[in-house]
Design a protein around this ligand. Structure first.
Ligand code: AMP
Length: 476
C-alpha cells in the first residue's frame, strides 16, 4: 500500500458516556454534536440494551451519520460515543470508534481520546502471544489486555490493562450493565462528569453538558477510574500518584471557548493570553483582526490591552471544515482561500495586527498575509498567541512531524520572511501561563512548545501499515 494507506494511532478525539437515561443514545448524540470540533473523520455510538450492545459507526459528521431511525435503534439506558479526528492517512472505518468486541467476559465497547505511547511494543508482545488485531488503533491494544487480564469484575481487568500501558487516555468503557470512565494519571486529556436528572454522564468538554442540559458535577480526576452501574457511582484511584500534565494546547486551540477545561473557561484563558501577547509584543497599528474562529478571544484581549480598535477583517465561511484536517497538502493550501476572505473596506491603507492561536507549518499565515496585503493593508503584523510549535505531540493532538513544523528548524526572522509579514511575534514560554497566578503549580504538558515530554517517547514512531481495506476505501 502507498503511504496514503497508512494511518496513525488514535489521535485527538471526543468521548461521551451516559448511564441511567431512557434516551441514552440520544444524549450521546447531542454530546457528540457539541464536540464535533474534536473530530470530524468518523463518529460512533454504542448503546446497551441490557442483554447486548448495539453499535452504529460511520465516516463523516455526526449529523450525517446519526439519522433519527438509527438513533431509535440504539435502544437502552446506557451508551458511549466517540468522534474521531482526521489524520493524514486514509479514512478507515475500521479505526472508527467506539470499538466493540465480544470476549470471554461478554460484549464490551471502548472509546478513547489520547494516545498510548508504548502501544507498538505492547502490541508486538501481544502478537507474539498469538493475538490478532483488526485495526491499527492503540485502543485495540487495551482491549486485548482487558481480555487477557484476570479479575472478578470488569473494572479489575480494566485497571490491570491500564497499568500495562503508558500514555494519554480519557476513556469510556461500556458493558451490558456498566459504564466505566478512566483518565490517565497525568491527566493529559480532559474528561468531566455531569448529571442529567438521575443519569450520570461523562464528556470530554463541558460544552457537551450544556447541550445535554446536564449539570456539571466535577472533572474526572487524573488517575481516577469511575464505575457507574445500578449500584451507583464508585470512584477508584488505582494508580500511583503522578505529576499532573494537562494539555495546554487544549487552551491554545483545541477546546471550544465556551467549555470549562481543567477548571478554567477556555475563552477567558485565550482572552488573557491575548492581553499578554499585546504586553509582550506591542506594535503601532490601526486595527487588530483575528484569524477566525480560533484567534478571536485572543485578538479581543490583544486589542483591549493595546488600545487598538478591533475589527473583523477576515470573514470565515463556516461551512468549510478546518483546513488542517483536509486529506492532502494541495487541498489544505487551497483550503485557506476557501475558508477565509479579507475585507478591503477595512484594510485599505491600514497597519494591521493579525492574531492567530498557533502557527504550525506557516502556510495559513502565509496565505493570510498575502490576502490582507491584496486587500490593501499597508503593514501586516502577525501575532501568534502561543510559543513556536517545535515538537510533535505524542499524547493525542494531531500534529505534523517535526520536519513539517516550521518552528522546529527556523528562526522567528526566517518564519517572518516565509510568511511575508512586516513583523512576527509569538507568546513567550513564560507568557503562555499568564492565565495562572504566579504561585500556582505548572501542572501542564507543553511538549509541543518546549520538547519537554512528561512521558518519554521514541522519536516519530512509524505509523503501522494496514493490509486490509474495505473496497469502498482502498485506493485503486
Ligand atoms: P499552519 O498553516 O500549518 O501554520 O496552521 C496553523 C493553523 O492551524 C492555525 O490557524 C491554527 O488555528 C490551526 N491549528 C493548530 N493546531 C491544529 C490542529 N492540531 N488541528 C487543526 N488545526 C490546527
Amino acid at each position: 500500500m502507498d503511504s496514503d494507506a497508512q494511518d496513525r494511532f488514535n489521535e485527538e478525539c471526543a468521548v461521551v458516556g451516559v448511564y441511567g437515561h431512557a434516551e441514552a443514545a440520544n444524549l450521546a448524540y447531542l454530546a457528540l454534536y457539541a464536540l464535533q470540533h474534536r473530530g470530524q473523520e468518523s463518529s460512533g455510538i454504542v448503546s446497551s440494551r441490557g442483554d447486548a450492545l448495539i453499535t452504529h459507526r460511520g465516516l463523516g459528521l455526526v449529523a450525517d451519520i446519526f439519522r433519527p431511525e438509527i438513533i431509535q435503534r440504539l435502544v437502552g439506558t446506557a451508551a458511549i460515543g466517540h468522534n474521531r479526528y482526521g489524520t493524514h492517512g486514509e479514512s478507515l472505518l475500521k479505526n472508527a470508534q467506539p470499538l466493540v468486541v465480544e470476549y470471554s467476559g461478554g460484549a464490551l465497547g471502548v472509546a478513547h481520546n489520547g494516545n498510548i505511547v508504548d502501544a507498538d511494543e505492547v502490541r508486538a508482545e501481544l502478537e507474539e502471544g498469538g493475538a490478532i488485531f483488526q485495526s491499527n488503533s492503540d485502543t485495540e491494544v487495551v482491549i486485548h489486555l482487558i481480555a487477557q487480564a484476570s479479575g472478578e469484575r470488569l473494572v479489575d481487568k480494566v485497571i490491570k490493562a491500564l497499568r500495562k500501558i503508558r500514555g494519554a487516555y480519557s476513556m469510556v468503557f461500556l458493558s451490558k450493565d456498566q459504564l466505566i470512565a478512566a483518565r490517565d494519571p497525568m491527566g493529559f486529556r480532559p474528561l468531566v462528569l455531569g448529571r442529567v436528572k438521575d443519569a450520570w454522564v461523562v464528556v470530554s468538554e463541558t460544552c457537551a453538558l450544556d447541550l445535554m442540559n446536564a449539570e456539571y458535577v466535577r472533572e474526572v480526576e487524573p488517575g481516577e477510574v469511575l464505575v457507574i452501574s445500578e449500584d451507583g457511582l464508585e470512584s477508584l484511584k488505582p494508580f500511583p500518584e503522578a505529576p499532573h500534565r494537562q494539555c495546554v494546547f487544549e487552551y491554545v486551540y483545541f477546546a471550544r471557548p465556551d467549555s470549562r477545561v481543567f477548571g478554567r473557561t477556555v475563552y477567558s484563558v485565550r482572552h488573557e493570553l491575548g492581553r499578554q501577547l499585546a504586553r509582550e509584543s506591542h506594535v503601532e497599528a490601526d486595527l487588530v483582526t483575528p484569524v477566525p474562529d480560533s484567534g478571536v478571544p485572543a485578538a479581543l484581549g490583544y486589542a483591549e490591552e493595546a488600545g487598538i480598535p478591533y475589527q473583523l477583517g477576515l470573514i470565515r465561511n463556516h461551512y468549510v471544515g478546518r483546513t488542517f484536517i483536509e486529506p492532502t497538502d494541495s487541498i489544505r493550501h487551497f483550503g485557506v482561500r476557501v475558508k477565509l476572505n479579507a475585507m478591503p473596506e477595512l484594510m485599505k491603507g491600514k497597519r494591521v495586527v493579525v492574531v492567530d492561536d498557533s502557527l504550525i507549518r506557516g502556510t495559513t499565515s502565509q496565505k493570510i498575509v498575502a490576502m490582507l496585503r491584496g486587500a490593501g493593508a499597508s503593514e501586516v503584523h502577525m501575532r501568534i498567541c502561543s510559543p513556536p510549535t517545535i515538537s510533535p505531540c505524542y499524547y493525542g493532538i494531531d500534529t505534523p512531524t517535526r520536519e513539517e513544523l516550521v518552528g522546529s528548524s527556523h528562526s522567528i526572522e526566517q518564519i517572518r520572511e516565509f510568511i511575508g509579514a512586516d513583523s512576527l511575534a509569538y507568546l513567550t514560554e513564560q507568557g503562555l501561563y499568564a492565565f495562572q497566578p504566579p504561585d500556582e503549580d505548572r501542572n501542564f504538558c507543553d511538549a509541543c512548545f518546549t520538547a519537554r515530554y512528561p512521558i518519554p517517547v521514541t522519536e516519530a514512531p512509524e505509523p503501522r501499515q494496514l493490509h486490509l481495506f474495505d473496497a469502498s476505501q482502498a485506493k485503486v
